[in-house]
Structure formats: structure tokens, C-alpha cells
Design a protein around this ligand. Structure first.
Ligand code: ZN
Length: 105
């Protein structure tokens, strides 16, 4: 399954923005908002993992998925839409762009 639950979370958290932090006796890849993604025994392994580890590869796969490409074993990405008028939303639960129109249900 996907690494980030929405397209905007995905786009706001590229691997280049992950930090390598020491957590306990391990080194972890951490997003800007503090989510620990994956941990490694050494700092060096974590830095390599940031480029080509499990999460980095999953991120690349997820990028293709959010772009609408077929990813083996994944159901096609369906962009979230407004339950009232079907307008596309930036993320699940976002304010509908048509909200201010008087015609909006
Ligand atoms: Zn709407």
C-alpha cells in the first residue's frame, strides 16, 4: 500500500526532505512532521536508504501511482472528489473549490 495517505501528503514529503535521526540505538528516516518511516542500524545505511531503500522505492512507486500510471498489484488511484458536486479535491476532506458558488448544493 501507499506510503502517504493522500496525494498532497505525498507531494509535501519527498525523500530529499526526509531527515536522518538517531532514535534509540538506530538511525531512522523521518519526515518533516516527525513521522518515522524506516530505521537502520547505521547512519550510513540510513543515508543510503534515503536514496534507494524500501521507503524511497515505495515513494517512487507511489509517485507513478498518484500520476495515474498502472502499478502492479495496486488498484488504480482515484482522486478524491466532492461528495456533493463531484469536483476534484486536492485531498480527502478538502474544501470543495465550488463551495462559494451559490449553485453548490
Ligand atoms: Zn462540491
Amino acid at each position: 500500500m501507499a506510503l502517504f495517505a493522500s496525494r498532497s501528503l505525498h507531494e509535501n514529503n519527498p525523500p530529499s526532505d526526509w531527515s536522518v535521526e538517531k532514535i534509540g540505538s538506530r538511525w531512522a528516516l523521518v519526515t518533516a512532521d516527525g513521522t518515522e518511516l524506516e530505521s537502520f542500524r547505521t547512519k550510513r545505511a540510513a543515508l543510503e536508504g534515503q536514496k534507494d531503500g524500501f521507503c524511497a522505492r515505495l515513494y517512487a512507486k507511489e509517485a507513478r501511482w498518484y500520476a495515474g500510471e498502472d502499478v502492479d498489484g495496486w488498484k488504480p488511484y482515484e482522486p478524491p472528489t466532492c461528495p456533493e458536486c463531484d469536483a476534484p479535491l486536492s485531498h480527502e476532506g478538502a474544501t470543495c473549490p465550488n463551495q462559494r458558488l451559490s449553485a453548490h448544493p
